[in-house]
Design a protein around this ligand. Structure first.
Ligand code: BYC
Length: 318
């Protein structure tokens, strides 16, 4: 194909996006569009699957049967979200095995937030409220993303995430209406998770190499800073209802902007965690690799069964 032909195709492609059409797997797309989507969708999938680990640790320690059932269901949902997202990424011409290998080798990233430890029961509430809350803020915008399979996966994921957010908030509401020790446990949890939750939205727009192109392609419908601001604005009144203090002395309503002003994120900490030096990076990755290896017999059994079925069907056809 000549350079001019590629340029024409790119123009037509951008016109479809500007016209809010969805791009489907068999449509022509620029190579960079395909690669950027594989990167973001697979990192999103990895985040869901690694995100099961901090909570999985609390299933056996949940304080009641009702809490245990709800937590189990939430974690299973996250495994399911990973599967929809891996499937969406596979439509772009990469295999699940390759994606998993990229996670295990450290080549692919997953959300920084899951490299922090969940040390108290209140953390199960805070993860639901803040971490799922931040995830929904991002994912509601992603329902309008230009790539069809990603956008459709988001619709279902968002419905399930809003249940997750509420179950977390309800855990905190119970603790905040409980004994002074329970309320203090909730406050301690918010103190630890607030800033890492704000980091989930990624670097400032000015330091985000991918945002400009991703916004043009409508992979991103809002920028990192826009989503972070919307999250802060939504979350402060919820903290007030709980009677908890957000650990940011600079947090203040700005009447002129009609938004909350907030303090500076520790970007040094963010990049350290993204580069693999957070409190739990090594443990998360080794737990994931271990789980994958231990699950080999399940994949082997499924393959053997599928082969048997295929042989049976072939024989019946003869
Ligand atoms: N953590 O140019 P930028 C969940 C990387 S999980 C780690 O702004 P982009 C849940 C970024 O990848 C929700 N890395 O990038 C599950 C890039 O590096 P590469 C997870 C980060 O992609 C269980 C570099 O920094 N949600 O719901 O335009 C329990 C420069 O950044 C992070 C998603 O994945 C980070 N926080 O924007 C509970 C949503 N931030 O790849 C809940 C989908 C940035 O160039 N993803 N980096 O080497 C997105 O919306 C975007 O990928 C981001 C980053 C906004 C995260």
């Amino acid at each position: 194909m000549s350079e001019q032909e590629v340029k024409n195709l790119e123009q037509m492609f951008q016109a479809r996006i500007d016209n809010d059409e969805k791009i489907e797997p068999k449509d022509w797309m620029p190579e960079k569009y395909r690669k950027t989507h594989i990167r973001q969708i697979s990192q999103h999938a990895h985040s869901e699957v690694v995100g099961m680990l901090p909570e999985g640790n609390w299933i056996t320690r949940a304080p009641s049967l009702r809490r245990k059932v709800a937590l189990l269901a939430k974690i299973q949902d996250e495994g399911g979200h990973g599967l929809y997202l891996y499937s969406a990424a596979e439509t772009l011409g990469i295999s699940r095995d390759e994606l998993i290998a990229q996670l295990h080798s450290g080549e692919a990233k997953y959300s920084s937030i899951f490299n922090y430890p969940a040390v108290t029961w209140a953390d199960m509430g805070t993860i639901g409220w803040l971490v799922d809350g931040a995830a929904i803020m991002n994912q509601v915008a992603l329902m309008g993303t230009s790539y069809g399979p990603y956008s459709r996966a988001m619709v279902r994921i968002c419905k399930e995430e809003s249940f997750h957010q509420r179950q977390g908030y309800e855990i905190l509401l119970t603790l905040c209406n409980g004994t002074p020790e329970q309320k203090a446990m909730a406050q301690d949890s918010i103190n630890r998770w607030w800033w890492p939750s704000l980091m989930m939205f990624g670097p400032r727009d000015a330091d985000s190499p991918n945002t400009e192109q991703s916004v043009k392609w409508k992979l991103k419908r809002k920028t990192n800073d826009e989503l972070r601001q919307a999250f802060v604005d939504q979350t402060v009144p919820q903290a007030n209802i709980l009677g908890l203090t957000i650990p940011d002395p600079k947090l203040k309503w700005n009447e002129e902007r009609k938004h909350y002003d907030f303090g500076e994120i520790d970007w040094e900490e963010f990049w350290q965690v993204v580069k693999g030096h957070g409190p739990c990076n090594k443990q998360r990755l080794s737990d994931r690799i271990n789980a994958h290896e231990k699950g080999q017999w399940v994949r082997d059994a499924a393959m053997a069964y599928a082969e048997k079925q295929a042989n049976k069907e072939e024989k019946q056809a003869i």
